[in-house]
Design a protein around this ligand. Structure first.
Ligand code: ADP
Length: 457
């Protein structure tokens, strides 16, 4: 494994042999009986122990995440470790009320009877996770599935294997009973073998391409899935917005984690009357950002070469069709290993790849719009629908636009942050995915809903 930011060798993790898939499932099924019979509070106490261990080792874990992924240490702390801790807190505090038996109103027809819903854990949940937030995007679904009474097999991304190993060790230290959490290491062949191993549920976070493959495999055995896929999130800035704040927001939303965020701002629409003014503010913000892997850096490197190549090709395509570079360099002048200069382009249109395809890199196309209607039309002109942001001081307009955006979430006068609220459901529409997690939805997806009708007699 090569550290992306420095090019140094940082260790290898042995791949799980495909021949072991069955024994993983047997152990997971065996442990399910005991784990699902524990009370919620008993399961929660293991999660709280896990939290303590993460807090004790926070700095060390952040360094592993940063080294393995190329992100800066602060990003690892704030966006990978903290959301994991928040999720544990939220679930331990609210999980019991979401999972306990719910009494439901009984219709007149069934007079004298009582109706309930029970939430039954599903069994062995397979979680396949990506490399961009390698801790959070593995741990949050794991914690949710475990709290609901399931056992878990995690297949973390081969691109950040040291974080996968670190997660395995954290759970070992938390002392969960044997077989409750198992981690399988390796790439897509290992992922595919586990998908074929008949899990009771699949929770996948990654690319649309792989999400479709997983959905097809799952369909053979009618295995339910959650698919958390990509995004091409629009940010809409109206002339009456607080422009300095919106410019800071755009720089952050587009370039944090080097743009390798499913909820990055990947398309910026600016009202025509303020277009030049806003562009100037945005460029000023970007000038202040420092790329690197030291303590003063704001933005780290790309995580792996294939992703860098995707960004490069999209930018080359746009430039060859007349796009103008406002910040950054043409790809032939990129010189710094896995770092891509923070790039803003104008003179782009909706036929270009840079607008239609997910970039997952520090690449921000900016387009003008004339009015509210046009902005909504442009924002919705995509196969994706994960997150969006609307920037205006007119609250009514903001709400009107938000309600018309086809998107899993909309943030008004801020960006990305909807994921920081574990009380809200998170997930996508269209090609951005199927299903929701976080909040009560995030616990209940890991359960069967069972309807109970009880006679009073
Ligand atoms: P990316 O292209 O961003 O790396 P992927 O969707 O390929 O995203 O990878 C996300 C996760 O899915 C990784 O853990 C990867 O190993 C796993 N994966 C890739 N292909 C398959 C597959 N065919 N079946 C199951 N898991 C897979």
């Amino acid at each position: 494994m090569i550290a992306p930011a420095t090019g140094k060798q940082i260790g290898e993790i042995a791949e799980t042999p495909i021949g072991k898939v069955d024994s993983f499932y047997q152990r997971g099924k065996g442990a399910f009986q005991q784990w699902s019979n524990l009370t919620f509070s008993d399961r929660a106490s293991y999660l709280l122990r896990l939290k303590e261990i993460i807090v004790e080792q926070m700095e060390e874990i952040a360094k592993i995440i940063a080294e393995d992924s190329g992100k800066v240490v602060t990003e690892a702390l704030v966006a990978d470790i903290m959301p994991t801790l928040d999720a544990i807190d939220h679930i331990v505090k609210h999980g019991k009320k979401h999972l306990r038996r719910q009494k439901v109103r009984t219709p007149l027809l069934l007079i004298g009877k009582k109706s309930f819903i029970e939430y039954m854990p599903r069994g062995v949940v397979l979680i396949i996770s990506p490399w961009n937030y390698p801790m959070q995007l593995a741990m949050v679904p794991m914690i949710s599935a475990l709290a609901a009474g399931n056992t878990v097999i995690l297949k973390p991304s081969e691109v950040t294997p040291l974080v996968g190993k670190c997660i395995e060790e954290l759970f070992e230290k938390a002392g969960l009973p044997e077989g409750v959490v198992q981690v399988a290491h390796g790439g897509k062949e290992v992922g595919a073998a586990f998908t074929n191993g008949k899990p009771d549920y699949i929770f996948f976070t990654g690319s649309v391409r792989t999400g479709k493959i997983i959905q097809q495999v799952a369909a053979q055995d009618l295995i339910p899935t959650t698919l958390e896929l990509g995004g091409k999130d629009p940010m809409i800035v109206f002339a009456d917005a607080h422009l300095e704040r919106a410019a800071k927001g755009a720089a952050w939303a587009a370039f944090t984690n080097s743009g390798q965020v499913c909820m990055s701002a990947e398309r910026l629409y600016v009202e025509k009357t303020i277009f030049p003014q806003f562009l100037a503010l945005l460029k000023k913000e970007i000038k202040n950002l420092k790329q690197g892997n030291d303590q003063n850096a704001d933005v780290g490197s790309m995580t792996f070469p294939a992703q860098l190549q995707i960004v490069k090709e999209q930018l080359e395509d746009a430039l060859s069709k007349g796009a103008r570079l406002e910040t950054g360099l043409p790809p032939e002048r990129w010189a710094n290993g896995m770092y891509i200069p923070l790039t803003v382009v104008t003179n782009v249109n909706h036929q270009m790849k840079i607008i239609q395809e997910e970039s997952f890199g520090p690449l921000l196309p900016v387009l003008p719009f004339d009015n509210e209607e046009e902005a909504i039309g442009l924002a919705n002109d995509t196969v994706y629908g994960l997150n969006a942001s609307v920037w205006t001081n007119d609250k009514e307009k903001a709400r009107r636009v938000a309600s018309k955006l086809v998107s899993g979430a909309v943030v008004i006068n801020d960006a990305i942050i909807s994921i920081a609220n574990h009380g809200l459901p998170f997930g996508g529409t269209k090609h951005s995915g199927i299903g929701r997690y976080h909040g009560d939805a995030g616990l209940r997806i890991f359960c069967h809903e069972k309807a109970i009708v009880e006679d009073n007699g």
